[in-house]
Design a protein around this ligand. Sequence first.
Ligand code: SF4
Length: 389
Amino acid sequence: QCAAVCPTGALVVKSEIDTVWKALNDPAKRVIAQVAPAVRVAFGEAFGLKPGDRATGKLVAAMKYLGFSEVYDTCFAADLTAVEESREFIKRLENGENLPQFTSCCPAWVRYVELNFPGYINNLSSCRSPQQMFGALAKSYYAENKGVSPEDLFVVSIMPCTAKKTEARRPEFATDGVRHVDAVLSTQEVIRMVKEAGIVFEDLEEEPFDMPFGFATGSGFIFGTTGGVSEAVIRAIDPLNNRKVEDLRGLADFKETAVKLGNREIRIAVVHGLKNAKDLLEKLSRKEVQYDLIEVMACRGGCIGGAGQPYPNDTDSREARSRGLYREDKYIQLINPMENPAVKNLYEKWLGHPSGTKAHKLLHTEYHPKKRIHGEEIHFEGAVGSVTD
Ligand code: SF4
């Protein structure tokens, strides 16, 4: 078994390839997968494509050869996250509570706040990450519709990231002991599986993602790069805004912008890398800066630079992968997550309305302060409160 090291959380993570092979070979299991935004612009690097080249169709085809029943797009769940996160943000702006709102789709960042800045826990958006929104829907809506029990449904995530493996094991992301996401493969791990299976990448005929979780707007794609989550949230709260929020794009350490929402000016900051996040939180604590929305991604460049991506994972590769995601966004007709027809359909059929009771139960979560004692992370109920309350 190989292990990967996560530079963000100093985690040593075991490969889950064997677990996934076992599930794929178990006739009692129905195995489905979701593919994160950043994976599609890096997977092809192992087969001669350049960083940023789109390899989505061949990746889906390869996964079908490996034995996955269906392959879905985490970008769909990213659209859903942007819808829920934008409704939550509007509510906080109206009530003046728990501002600035912090994005919560990066589990390494969430863990960092829980361990090091518990006073800011209430600032984290309560939205689950796209990975865990997908998992919750798979083990409820999907399982019920397909007549499969959640125990027999095996959900695999293909992620750019090793921190997502730890996230999938968090107890809050299980129902009656059944995990919502059963295994997480990094981009490198899925590449290994494709090679182990002897699949010839060049010969693969491209295939589309399956429905109903296979369609995304441009917002879902740009979740994979730094600044993308904020841009998606802005699109969801103000569809009249420009399709591009240039100030939040690119790999600069720190980015900020202000947008008008009605008569109000919304101030947004974006950082990537936990050192930059720490600097920003310290400035916030000293009241040297003031924002309404803060996006943090633990990896340099956001998920395109995740620890599970192929090497070289350097600045040039990250810039090219980021450009690849913005290209996807540019060539798709729908860019506002609120307009995703598959997301709308899901609310109508199953979830009710955005931020409603059912949506909250399935798509949101709670965070708790943690302490590290003798290397173990201990969950404790401390005094939790936003320092801006
Ligand atoms: Fe994972 Fe890095 Fe993306 Fe955070 S920024 S979700 S650690 S790949």
